[in-house]
Design a protein around this ligand. Structure first.
Ligand code: NAD
Ligand code: LMR
Length: 338
Protein backbone atom coordinates (compact mmCIF):
# COMPACT_ATOMS: atom_id res chain seq x y z
CA UNK A 1 0.00 0.00 0.00
CA UNK A 2 2.74 2.43 1.09
CA UNK A 3 4.94 1.43 -1.84
CA UNK A 4 2.13 2.10 -4.32
CA UNK A 5 1.36 5.52 -2.82
CA UNK A 6 5.04 6.46 -2.69
CA UNK A 7 5.55 5.37 -6.29
CA UNK A 8 2.61 7.49 -7.36
CA UNK A 9 3.92 10.51 -5.45
CA UNK A 10 7.38 10.15 -7.02
CA UNK A 11 5.89 9.94 -10.49
CA UNK A 12 3.62 12.94 -10.02
CA UNK A 13 4.73 16.07 -11.81
CA UNK A 14 6.03 18.79 -9.57
CA UNK A 15 4.84 21.57 -7.33
CA UNK A 16 3.53 25.07 -7.88
CA UNK A 17 6.86 26.09 -9.44
CA UNK A 18 5.77 24.48 -12.70
CA UNK A 19 2.43 24.18 -14.30
CA UNK A 20 1.73 22.71 -17.70
CA UNK A 21 -1.47 22.48 -19.66
CA UNK A 22 -0.24 21.51 -23.09
CA UNK A 23 2.96 20.13 -24.49
CA UNK A 24 5.13 20.55 -27.57
CA UNK A 25 8.79 19.94 -28.24
CA UNK A 26 10.94 22.64 -26.66
CA UNK A 27 14.70 22.74 -26.68
CA UNK A 28 16.20 25.03 -24.04
CA UNK A 29 19.86 26.06 -23.70
CA UNK A 30 21.57 27.37 -20.57
CA UNK A 31 24.70 29.43 -21.26
CA UNK A 32 26.71 29.54 -18.03
CA UNK A 33 25.35 26.17 -16.89
CA UNK A 34 28.39 25.38 -14.73
CA UNK A 35 27.93 28.35 -12.41
CA UNK A 36 26.22 29.06 -9.12
CA UNK A 37 22.93 29.84 -10.86
CA UNK A 38 23.49 27.63 -13.91
CA UNK A 39 23.71 24.34 -11.99
CA UNK A 40 20.49 24.53 -9.93
CA UNK A 41 18.71 26.22 -12.86
CA UNK A 42 19.67 23.29 -15.10
CA UNK A 43 18.32 20.89 -12.49
CA UNK A 44 15.02 22.79 -12.24
CA UNK A 45 14.67 22.97 -16.03
CA UNK A 46 15.26 19.22 -16.15
CA UNK A 47 12.26 18.90 -13.83
CA UNK A 48 10.02 21.09 -16.00
CA UNK A 49 7.70 18.88 -18.07
CA UNK A 50 7.57 21.54 -20.81
CA UNK A 51 11.31 21.21 -21.51
CA UNK A 52 11.98 18.29 -23.84
CA UNK A 53 15.65 18.87 -24.56
CA UNK A 54 18.26 20.66 -22.48
CA UNK A 55 21.52 21.97 -23.89
CA UNK A 56 24.07 22.94 -21.21
CA UNK A 57 27.02 25.18 -22.16
CA UNK A 58 29.78 26.86 -20.16
CA UNK A 59 33.42 27.68 -20.68
CA UNK A 60 34.02 25.32 -17.73
CA UNK A 61 32.30 22.21 -16.44
CA UNK A 62 29.07 21.93 -18.45
CA UNK A 63 29.58 18.28 -19.57
CA UNK A 64 29.90 17.25 -15.92
CA UNK A 65 26.76 19.14 -14.91
CA UNK A 66 24.93 17.58 -17.87
CA UNK A 67 26.01 14.04 -16.96
CA UNK A 68 24.78 14.59 -13.40
CA UNK A 69 21.46 16.26 -14.25
CA UNK A 70 20.75 13.75 -17.06
CA UNK A 71 20.15 10.97 -14.50
CA UNK A 72 17.04 12.71 -13.14
CA UNK A 73 14.00 10.63 -14.12
CA UNK A 74 12.12 13.10 -16.31
CA UNK A 75 11.58 12.82 -20.05
CA UNK A 76 13.98 15.46 -21.37
CA UNK A 77 17.31 14.72 -23.05
CA UNK A 78 20.35 16.56 -21.63
CA UNK A 79 23.60 17.30 -23.48
CA UNK A 80 26.64 19.13 -22.16
CA UNK A 81 28.95 21.22 -24.36
CA UNK A 82 32.55 22.30 -23.74
CA UNK A 83 34.05 25.77 -24.29
CA UNK A 84 34.61 25.31 -28.04
CA UNK A 85 31.13 23.88 -28.71
CA UNK A 86 28.87 26.92 -28.39
CA UNK A 87 27.48 26.62 -31.92
CA UNK A 88 26.51 22.97 -31.39
CA UNK A 89 24.90 23.91 -28.07
CA UNK A 90 22.69 26.46 -29.82
CA UNK A 91 21.62 24.27 -32.74
CA UNK A 92 17.79 24.11 -32.97
CA UNK A 93 17.28 25.87 -29.65
CA UNK A 94 14.02 27.81 -29.05
CA UNK A 95 14.79 29.27 -25.64
CA UNK A 96 18.24 30.44 -24.47
CA UNK A 97 18.77 31.32 -20.81
CA UNK A 98 21.93 33.32 -20.04
CA UNK A 99 23.33 33.34 -16.48
CA UNK A 100 26.96 33.58 -17.74
CA UNK A 101 29.14 36.21 -16.11
CA UNK A 102 30.63 37.28 -12.81
CA UNK A 103 28.57 37.96 -9.67
CA UNK A 104 28.95 40.82 -7.14
CA UNK A 105 31.11 40.87 -4.03
CA UNK A 106 30.29 43.00 -0.97
CA UNK A 107 30.66 46.73 -1.68
CA UNK A 108 30.01 46.37 -5.43
CA UNK A 109 27.01 47.60 -7.39
CA UNK A 110 25.59 45.61 -10.28
CA UNK A 111 26.95 48.29 -12.60
CA UNK A 112 30.46 47.44 -11.36
CA UNK A 113 30.03 44.12 -13.22
CA UNK A 114 29.53 45.89 -16.54
CA UNK A 115 33.18 45.82 -17.67
CA UNK A 116 33.38 42.03 -17.40
CA UNK A 117 29.86 40.93 -18.23
CA UNK A 118 29.05 43.27 -21.15
CA UNK A 119 31.43 41.50 -23.53
CA UNK A 120 30.46 38.02 -22.30
CA UNK A 121 26.79 38.72 -22.99
CA UNK A 122 27.48 40.50 -26.30
CA UNK A 123 29.55 37.58 -27.62
CA UNK A 124 26.97 34.99 -26.56
CA UNK A 125 24.18 37.04 -28.16
CA UNK A 126 26.19 37.28 -31.40
CA UNK A 127 26.40 33.48 -31.49
CA UNK A 128 22.66 33.15 -30.85
CA UNK A 129 22.04 35.63 -33.69
CA UNK A 130 24.09 33.48 -36.04
CA UNK A 131 23.00 29.96 -35.05
CA UNK A 132 19.47 30.29 -33.64
CA UNK A 133 18.22 33.75 -34.64
CA UNK A 134 14.58 32.98 -33.79
CA UNK A 135 15.31 31.88 -30.23
CA UNK A 136 13.78 33.59 -27.21
CA UNK A 137 16.59 34.95 -25.04
CA UNK A 138 16.25 35.21 -21.25
CA UNK A 139 18.98 37.43 -19.79
CA UNK A 140 19.96 36.85 -16.15
CA UNK A 141 23.55 38.23 -16.23
CA UNK A 142 23.96 41.57 -14.49
CA UNK A 143 23.63 44.46 -14.82
CA UNK A 144 20.31 43.44 -16.42
CA UNK A 145 19.37 47.09 -17.10
CA UNK A 146 22.38 47.22 -19.47
CA UNK A 147 22.84 43.60 -20.59
CA UNK A 148 19.34 43.42 -22.12
CA UNK A 149 19.98 46.50 -24.32
CA UNK A 150 23.35 44.92 -25.20
CA UNK A 151 21.64 41.73 -26.37
CA UNK A 152 19.02 43.72 -28.32
CA UNK A 153 21.65 45.93 -29.99
CA UNK A 154 23.80 42.91 -30.88
CA UNK A 155 20.84 41.17 -32.51
CA UNK A 156 19.88 44.41 -34.24
CA UNK A 157 23.40 44.71 -35.66
CA UNK A 158 23.05 41.16 -37.02
CA UNK A 159 19.67 42.10 -38.53
CA UNK A 160 17.69 39.57 -36.46
CA UNK A 161 16.33 41.54 -33.48
CA UNK A 162 12.76 40.60 -32.61
CA UNK A 163 11.64 42.69 -29.59
CA UNK A 164 9.09 40.01 -28.69
CA UNK A 165 11.92 37.52 -28.10
CA UNK A 166 14.27 39.29 -25.65
CA UNK A 167 13.56 39.30 -21.89
CA UNK A 168 15.42 40.55 -18.85
CA UNK A 169 14.64 38.19 -15.99
CA UNK A 170 13.37 40.36 -13.11
CA UNK A 171 11.41 37.50 -11.53
CA UNK A 172 13.63 37.41 -8.44
CA UNK A 173 12.32 40.87 -7.49
CA UNK A 174 8.76 39.55 -7.87
CA UNK A 175 9.55 36.43 -5.83
CA UNK A 176 11.16 38.53 -3.08
CA UNK A 177 8.30 41.03 -3.01
CA UNK A 178 5.74 38.23 -2.55
CA UNK A 179 7.82 36.53 0.14
CA UNK A 180 8.59 39.73 2.10
CA UNK A 181 5.02 41.08 1.92
CA UNK A 182 3.76 37.69 3.11
CA UNK A 183 6.12 37.98 6.09
CA UNK A 184 4.76 41.40 7.00
CA UNK A 185 1.11 40.41 6.46
CA UNK A 186 1.17 36.95 8.03
CA UNK A 187 -0.42 35.24 5.02
CA UNK A 188 0.80 32.86 2.32
CA UNK A 189 3.00 34.29 -0.49
CA UNK A 190 0.44 32.92 -2.95
CA UNK A 191 -1.83 35.73 -1.69
CA UNK A 192 0.78 38.49 -1.87
CA UNK A 193 1.84 38.61 -5.52
CA UNK A 194 3.20 42.12 -6.21
CA UNK A 195 3.74 43.72 -9.63
CA UNK A 196 7.33 44.99 -9.61
CA UNK A 197 8.15 47.40 -12.45
CA UNK A 198 11.14 49.43 -13.71
CA UNK A 199 14.48 47.67 -13.86
CA UNK A 200 16.69 45.36 -11.78
CA UNK A 201 18.94 47.37 -9.45
CA UNK A 202 18.27 49.29 -6.23
CA UNK A 203 16.30 52.45 -7.06
CA UNK A 204 15.14 51.12 -10.44
CA UNK A 205 13.16 48.33 -8.70
CA UNK A 206 9.66 49.75 -8.14
CA UNK A 207 7.20 47.52 -6.25
CA UNK A 208 3.57 48.54 -6.72
CA UNK A 209 2.26 47.59 -3.29
CA UNK A 210 -0.77 49.89 -3.65
CA UNK A 211 -2.09 47.51 -6.31
CA UNK A 212 -2.19 44.57 -3.89
CA UNK A 213 -4.72 43.51 -1.27
CA UNK A 214 -2.24 43.27 1.62
CA UNK A 215 0.20 45.98 0.51
CA UNK A 216 -2.17 48.86 -0.10
CA UNK A 217 -2.81 49.62 3.56
CA UNK A 218 0.87 49.67 4.61
CA UNK A 219 2.23 53.05 5.62
CA UNK A 220 5.12 54.75 7.45
CA UNK A 221 8.10 52.75 8.63
CA UNK A 222 6.58 49.36 7.76
CA UNK A 223 6.03 50.49 4.15
CA UNK A 224 9.47 52.14 3.84
CA UNK A 225 11.29 49.11 5.26
CA UNK A 226 9.43 46.72 2.98
CA UNK A 227 10.18 48.77 -0.14
CA UNK A 228 13.84 49.04 0.85
CA UNK A 229 14.06 45.28 1.42
CA UNK A 230 12.55 44.54 -2.01
CA UNK A 231 14.90 47.03 -3.70
CA UNK A 232 18.01 45.84 -1.86
CA UNK A 233 17.24 42.13 -1.28
CA UNK A 234 20.18 41.26 -3.52
CA UNK A 235 22.57 43.11 -1.16
CA UNK A 236 21.29 41.02 1.78
CA UNK A 237 22.45 37.85 0.03
CA UNK A 238 25.75 39.33 -1.19
CA UNK A 239 26.54 40.42 2.38
CA UNK A 240 25.57 37.06 3.91
CA UNK A 241 27.65 35.13 1.35
CA UNK A 242 30.59 37.35 2.34
CA UNK A 243 32.59 37.30 -0.88
CA UNK A 244 31.32 33.94 -2.20
CA UNK A 245 28.91 35.51 -4.69
CA UNK A 246 25.29 36.61 -4.89
CA UNK A 247 21.89 34.94 -5.01
CA UNK A 248 22.10 31.63 -6.86
CA UNK A 249 19.43 29.27 -5.48
CA UNK A 250 16.56 31.76 -5.26
CA UNK A 251 17.66 33.05 -8.68
CA UNK A 252 17.60 29.55 -10.15
CA UNK A 253 14.06 29.18 -8.77
CA UNK A 254 13.06 32.55 -10.24
CA UNK A 255 14.71 31.77 -13.61
CA UNK A 256 12.95 28.40 -13.85
CA UNK A 257 9.65 30.04 -12.89
CA UNK A 258 9.98 32.65 -15.65
CA UNK A 259 11.11 30.04 -18.21
CA UNK A 260 8.04 27.94 -17.36
CA UNK A 261 5.78 30.99 -17.81
CA UNK A 262 7.33 31.69 -21.23
CA UNK A 263 7.00 28.03 -22.27
CA UNK A 264 3.33 28.02 -21.23
CA UNK A 265 2.78 31.14 -23.34
CA UNK A 266 4.65 29.61 -26.30
CA UNK A 267 2.41 26.54 -25.92
CA UNK A 268 -0.67 28.70 -26.39
CA UNK A 269 -1.82 28.96 -22.78
CA UNK A 270 -3.87 32.13 -22.33
CA UNK A 271 -3.51 34.69 -19.55
CA UNK A 272 0.16 34.13 -18.69
CA UNK A 273 1.11 37.55 -17.33
CA UNK A 274 4.25 38.40 -15.37
CA UNK A 275 6.71 41.30 -15.04
CA UNK A 276 9.76 41.18 -17.31
CA UNK A 277 12.22 43.75 -18.67
CA UNK A 278 11.56 44.15 -22.40
CA UNK A 279 11.71 46.65 -25.23
CA UNK A 280 8.75 48.75 -24.19
CA UNK A 281 6.83 51.79 -25.44
CA UNK A 282 5.72 52.84 -21.91
CA UNK A 283 8.45 55.47 -21.32
CA UNK A 284 9.96 55.58 -24.81
CA UNK A 285 8.92 59.24 -25.13
CA UNK A 286 11.42 59.95 -22.32
CA UNK A 287 14.19 58.06 -24.12
CA UNK A 288 13.72 54.91 -21.99
CA UNK A 289 12.91 52.14 -24.42
CA UNK A 290 13.39 49.15 -22.11
CA UNK A 291 11.20 48.77 -19.05
CA UNK A 292 9.79 46.01 -16.88
CA UNK A 293 6.02 45.91 -16.44
CA UNK A 294 3.39 43.19 -16.55
CA UNK A 295 3.76 41.42 -19.90
CA UNK A 296 1.41 38.86 -21.40
CA UNK A 297 3.37 35.94 -22.83
CA UNK A 298 2.04 34.00 -25.81
CA UNK A 299 2.99 31.92 -28.86
CA UNK A 300 5.24 34.72 -30.17
CA UNK A 301 6.84 35.63 -26.83
CA UNK A 302 5.72 39.12 -25.84
CA UNK A 303 2.01 39.37 -26.73
CA UNK A 304 1.02 42.48 -24.82
CA UNK A 305 2.80 45.02 -22.62
CA UNK A 306 0.47 46.25 -19.91
CA UNK A 307 0.63 49.85 -18.65
CA UNK A 308 1.79 50.26 -15.06
CA UNK A 309 -1.64 51.38 -13.84
CA UNK A 310 -2.48 53.80 -11.07
CA UNK A 311 0.33 54.68 -8.65
CA UNK A 312 0.22 55.98 -5.08
CA UNK A 313 2.10 59.20 -4.28
CA UNK A 314 4.95 57.12 -2.79
CA UNK A 315 5.16 54.97 -5.92
CA UNK A 316 5.16 58.04 -8.12
CA UNK A 317 8.25 59.18 -6.17
CA UNK A 318 9.87 55.76 -6.55
CA UNK A 319 9.26 55.94 -10.30
CA UNK A 320 10.87 59.38 -10.44
CA UNK A 321 13.92 57.85 -8.73
CA UNK A 322 13.93 54.91 -11.16
CA UNK A 323 13.70 56.58 -14.57
CA UNK A 324 16.92 58.67 -14.73
CA UNK A 325 19.07 55.77 -13.41
CA UNK A 326 17.41 53.31 -15.79
CA UNK A 327 17.98 55.66 -18.72
CA UNK A 328 21.68 55.89 -17.88
CA UNK A 329 22.02 52.09 -17.61
CA UNK A 330 20.23 51.52 -20.93
CA UNK A 331 22.32 54.13 -22.75
CA UNK A 332 25.52 52.60 -21.37
CA UNK A 333 24.52 49.20 -22.77
CA UNK A 334 23.64 50.61 -26.19
CA UNK A 335 26.85 52.66 -26.37
CA UNK A 336 28.90 49.53 -25.65
CA UNK A 337 27.59 47.80 -28.76
CA UNK A 338 27.58 50.90 -30.97
P1 NAD B 1 29.08 32.20 -11.21
O1 NAD B 1 30.41 32.85 -11.27
O2 NAD B 1 28.83 31.22 -10.13
O3 NAD B 1 28.73 31.50 -12.59
C1 NAD B 1 28.90 32.14 -13.81
C2 NAD B 1 29.24 31.09 -14.84
O4 NAD B 1 29.37 31.76 -16.09
C3 NAD B 1 30.56 30.36 -14.58
O5 NAD B 1 30.35 28.97 -14.58
C4 NAD B 1 31.45 30.79 -15.75
O6 NAD B 1 32.35 29.77 -16.18
C5 NAD B 1 30.39 31.08 -16.80
N1 NAD B 1 30.89 31.91 -17.89
C6 NAD B 1 31.72 32.96 -17.86
N2 NAD B 1 31.95 33.43 -19.11
C7 NAD B 1 31.24 32.63 -19.95
C8 NAD B 1 31.06 32.59 -21.33
N3 NAD B 1 31.65 33.45 -22.15
N4 NAD B 1 30.25 31.63 -21.84
C9 NAD B 1 29.63 30.75 -21.04
N5 NAD B 1 29.77 30.73 -19.70
C10 NAD B 1 30.56 31.65 -19.17
O7 NAD B 1 27.98 33.39 -11.12
P2 NAD B 1 26.44 33.27 -10.72
O8 NAD B 1 26.28 33.42 -9.27
O9 NAD B 1 25.88 32.07 -11.41
O10 NAD B 1 25.87 34.62 -11.40
C11 NAD B 1 25.85 34.78 -12.79
C12 NAD B 1 25.31 36.14 -13.18
O11 NAD B 1 23.93 36.26 -12.82
C13 NAD B 1 25.99 37.33 -12.49
O12 NAD B 1 26.21 38.35 -13.43
C14 NAD B 1 24.99 37.76 -11.44
O13 NAD B 1 25.14 39.11 -11.08
C15 NAD B 1 23.70 37.51 -12.17
N6 NAD B 1 22.49 37.42 -11.33
C16 NAD B 1 21.35 37.96 -11.81
C17 NAD B 1 20.17 37.90 -11.09
C18 NAD B 1 18.90 38.50 -11.61
O14 NAD B 1 17.96 38.68 -10.84
N7 NAD B 1 18.78 38.74 -12.90
C19 NAD B 1 20.18 37.27 -9.83
C20 NAD B 1 21.36 36.71 -9.36
C21 NAD B 1 22.52 36.80 -10.12
C1 LMR C 1 20.00 39.80 -7.05
O1 LMR C 1 19.09 40.64 -7.10
O2 LMR C 1 20.12 38.99 -6.12
C2 LMR C 1 20.98 39.73 -8.20
O3 LMR C 1 20.83 40.80 -9.09
C3 LMR C 1 22.39 39.54 -7.76
C4 LMR C 1 22.98 40.76 -7.10
O4 LMR C 1 24.04 41.19 -7.52
O5 LMR C 1 22.40 41.23 -6.12
Amino acid sequence: MFARTAARALAAPSSRLFSSSASRLTKVAVLGAGGGIGQPLSLLLKSDPLVTSLSLYDIRGAPGVAADVSHVDTGSEVTGYAADQLDQALEGVEVVVIPAGVPRKPGMTRDDLFNTNASIVRDLAASVARVSPDAHILVISNPVNSTVPIVAATLEKAGVFNPAHVFGVTTLDVVRAARFLAGVSGVSPSETVVPVVGGHSGPTIVPLLSQTKYGKSLTGEVYDKLVHRIQYGGDEVVKAKDGAGSATLSMAYAGAKFANALLRGLNGEKGVVTPTFVKSPLFADQGIDFFSSLVELGPNGVEKIHPIGELSAEEQKLLEGCLPELKKNIEKGKAFVA
